[in-house]
Write a protein that binds this ligand. Structure first.
Ligand code: EPU
Length: 350
């Protein structure tokens, strides 16, 4: 730690911890420290905070619940975490409502709030770890739904202008596991997200496993809360629980490749799942490619490929972020050698 930031004290609206441990702040549970960790409870203190020299010019990282990040080293600067919670209906139009949710709200709690208040749409996204503020960053998605379908606007603090602004859905440039925010790290701090949620909508049941799970549950007439329950059951069974074993969900994105390559691979490997992406591209199952390389369940020290789901890297206990990254590079290079497909990491790697 260089110790260049000193003397910044907590004030109403934010709390400051120097040389802060991040071990309890990342779901991989790897050790790392930040020179300064600032929990911000009120967005209106951001202009004042970012006027301070250490924040104006230093490297600032925005951290949510830490469920999509891998620290391979300490953070030599400031980490900001938005902790404000709260859900407000801004405009109820009867068939749909505009709902503003503070960035620090827990994502799964908000999904269940929406269902309890008879809104439809977020049920397929139940049980995704993380905060509401992090949801637009990587455009979280699961079971055939992406969060961008329901985002009307994102309220952000723009560090380049020191102003609080509202970006419409189109401004956010959402694509698969990507957005404006992910492409310009450190520039925007998400302070709240505005959702437009309908009260009625056709349920999305086509993703593999959803209908089967509803059948197992005896849910003959699916409703949004029943779909959420089915998704929770699927996730609990298929994905390692970050409360029990450190992980950040999928470690790689499903690769989007030219259709010709996808079709060639599919001809040689008929079991490889492929999905439509764009007119000229297809999305491949990264988990399948990794498992086909014999890497599912692989362990190097305490860094491992989950034996439950090949796309998830896990910390069996005392792995460092650097060790997990070495394992990720091995997975990436074996998949590339065998299939000619390059896997891109999904979490932010520090
Ligand atoms: N598969 C394997 N081996 C495995 C796991 C899966 O071969 O160990 C194959 C199976 O054929 C399976 C297919 O991969 O049918 C797809 O698996 P799954 O339904 O689990 O989906 P995924 O493509 O691996 C994506 C998301 C997940 C999300 C699920 C369900 C990405 C990078 N991941 O995973 O999101 O929960 O779909 O919608 O798009 C996350 O982003 O952190 C995440 C967990």
């Amino acid at each position: 730690m260089s110790g260049f930031i000193t003397g910044l004290a907590s004030e109403p609206g934010y709390t400051v911890v120097e040389n802060a441990s991040l071990e309890g702040r990342n779901s991989f549970r790897v050790p790392a420290r930040a020179e300064l960790l600032i929990d911000v409870a009120r967005a209106d203190v951001l202009p004042q905070l970012f006027d301070l020299p250490a924040l104006k010019n230093g490297s600032v990282l925005i951290l949510g619940a830490g469920s999509n990040i891998l620290f391979t080293r300490d953070w030599p600067g400031v980490i900001i975490s938005m902790t404000a919670t709260g859900i407000r209906i801004l405009d109820d139009r009867g068939d749909a409502a505009l709902i503003c949710v503070e960035a620090g709200e827990n994502w799964n709690d908000f999904v269940h709030w929406s269902l309890a208040n008879d809104f439809v749409g977020l049920e397929n996204l139940a049980l995704i770890p993380g905060t509401v503020g992090a949801a637009p960053i990587q455009n979280i998605g699961a079971y055939g739904v992406e969060v961008c379908e329901f985002i009307a606007a994102v309220e952000v603090f723009d560090r380049t202008t020191n102003a609080q602004i509202r970006l419409d859905n189109a401004d956010c440039a959402f694509t698969y596991r990507d957005s404006l925010f992910k492409r310009t790290p450190g520039r925007y701090i998400v302070t709240a997200v505005e959702f437009l949620l309908p009260r009625a909508r056709e349920l999305r049941l086509d993703y593999a496993g959803v209908r089967e799970e509803l059948t197992t549950m005896g849910a003959d007439t699916p409703t949004a809360p029943l779909v959420a329950e089915a998704v929770c059951r699927l996730r609990t069974r298929k994905l390692p629980n970050p409360n029990l074993i450190g992980n950040a969900g999928s470690f790689f994105k499903n690769p989007v490749v030219p259709t010709e390559l996808a079709e060639n691979l599919h001809r040689e490997n008929p079991a490889l799942p492929i999905w439509p992406a764009t007119d000229s591209q297809r999305k491949l199952s990264a988990a399948w490619l990794i498992e086909a390389c014999g890497l599912k369940g692989l362990r190097e020290g305490d860094a491992g490929v989950s034996s439950q789901h090949a796309l998830v890297l896990v910390n069996h206990g005392h792995a460092t972020g650097a060790q997990i990254l070495v394992l990720a590079q091995r997975v990436r290079s074996e998949v590339q050698q065998r299939f000619g497909v390059v896997l891109e990491p999904e979490p932010l790697i520090i």
